[in-house]
Design a protein around this ligand. Structure first.
Ligand SMILES: [Zn+2]
Ligand SMILES: [Zn+2]
Length: 440
């Protein structure tokens, strides 16, 4: 039987949670502190562990670290729960090895959602970096926000760090963008690999600040055993290496990029197709100011497409025409561009895409280079995508607003009779291909 372990020192909360979990058809095991929780985990090997953060004896961070240091729990989903809303706690929990951080009292529908993601015999945990079996591809979100980091109580659930996604596939660690989310990923990698060799690939969509700002704070940069290859396209005004070096020059930063102890290479791309080991990478120019691309990764376990910044040209053209603004391009051109992008995205398993605005907000931001949720859903449906993650959240969007946008997207899919799964991307969330989520 599927099993959940609840480690919680508050007896009432423990019982409420256990009762609900049993109603969902799972066995619920209980522990009142971290020490007994670890013993129960080892004896019962639950698929999911809910662990309170603040407990006497071992706290939630320590429990997470202890579990993750044991390979037997590599595939266990660990959810840390806490009444506190500090961003630092959430990040520390993720860095300690938790998959999720949920605020107490945890709404029961969130618990149902967590359980719903685990199929009978599967788990959503990542493969180790040296797992070259090629069976799974893991995607983990470290930064999902656009434009500027937005920490604070209003972004605790979805996160306030800017663009950064980790993909582990076919023995490769591929990092998509170097926004501020990169800092926590760096700490996680250093903890995981310690002093062993650490080969990393960083693919940059473009060099707007929200996509490169985390690089100076990426811990592996300062480790001699790390080997970081950075890929991207020449910027609109200067070379990729000039742009990346500039943000680390005095007076902006005390250590120059050329002085870091890691093996660091910048590869300015010319071609739109290349390979990272067995992963094929295809690039596509996005509709965004300057030189900006999206990437499609073809891995053994499935295809992942990443378009963090993109403005659908069709709506851009329609809104400008309706407002009587001069045409930047024709309706026919906009439609053909959209059709080409649909072709590029056809059948991808996971699409991570800019959905910064609601349709109402979009009309005030035409030509800013960002998308509207309705268009992204329409595009994903047309391309027969499996799972869509709404990305590059607006810095002014509160968690509640993002929940509304997510709900809107799901309604659009339902109204269209589609099978697309949609989620607003959330910091700390991870997803494994082949798809193991249960249908909602
Ligand atoms: Zn951006
Ligand atoms: Zn941008």
């Amino acid at each position: 039987m599927r099993r959940v372990l609840i480690i919680e020192d508050d007896a009432d909360q423990r019982e409420i949670l256990a009762e609900f979990i049993r109603e969902c058809g799972w066995e619920a095991l209980l522990a009142a502190d971290g020490e007994s929780g670890l013993r129960t985990a080892q004896a019962a090997m639950p698929q999911v562990i809910f662990c309170d953060l603040l407990m006497h004896g071992l706290n939630g961070f320590q429990v997470c670290r202890s579990l993750r240091s044991d390979p037997a729990f590599r595939n266990t989903l660990i959810v840390v729960t806490s009444g506190r809303v500090f961003e630092a706690d959430r990040l520390a929990a993720i860095e300690s090895g938790a998959d999720e951080y949920l605020q107490k009292p945890v709404p029961l529908d969130q618990i149902r959602e967590v359980l719903g993601r685990i199929a009978e015999s599967a788990s959503p945990a990542p493969p180790a970096a040296d797992d070259s079996s090629g069976i799974t591809t893991m995607i983990r979100f470290w930064g999902v926000r656009g434009s500027i980091p937005t920490p604070g109580p209003g972004t605790v659930h979805f996160g306030g760090n800017t663009s950064c996604v980790e993909v582990r596939a076919d023995g490769q660690i591929i990092i998509l963008d170097a926004g501020t989310g990169l800092r926590a990923l760096g700490r996680h990698l250093v903890e995981e690999f310690k002093d062993t060799s650490l080969p990393l690939n960083l693919l940059l969509s473009h060099t707007h600040w929200d996509h490169i700002q985390g690089l100076p704070y990426f811990a592996p940069l300062y480790r001699p055993h790390a080997h970081l290859r950075v890929f991207g396209y020449e910027g609109a005004r200067s070379s990729l290496s000039t742009v990346l070096s500039s943000q680390m020059e005095s007076p902006f930063f005390p250590v120059g990029l050329q002085d870091v102890p890691s093996h660091f290479e910048i590869e300015e791309l010319r071609q739109m197709k290349f390979n990272l080991g067995r992963v094929q990478v295809d690039s596509w120019f996005a509709n965004h100011p300057g030189i900006c691309v999206g990437y499609r990764l073809t891995t053994t376990a499935g295809k992942v497409a990443f378009f963090p910044d993109n403005e659908p040209p069709t709506r851009q053209q329609q809104v400008r025409a309706a407002a009587g603004l001069p045409e930047e391009y024709s309706a026919a051109y906009a439609q053909s561009e959209e059709a080409r992008l649909i072709g590029f995205l056809k059948g991808v398993d996971v699409l991570i895409m800019d959905a910064q605005y609601t349709p109402e907000e979009y009309t005030l931001h035409v030509g800013w280079g960002h998308g509207c949720v309705d268009d992204v859903v329409k595009l994903a449906l047309a391309a027969e995508v499996g799972h869509l993650f709404l990305f590059h959240h607006d810095p002014d969007h509160h968690d509640d607003t993002l929940r509304e946008i997510e709900a809107r997207a799901r309604h659009l899919v339902k109204d269209a009779g589609g099978r697309l799964e949609v989620q607003a991307a959330r910091e700390g969330f991870q997803f494994v291909l082949p798809c193991r989520t249960a249908a909602r």
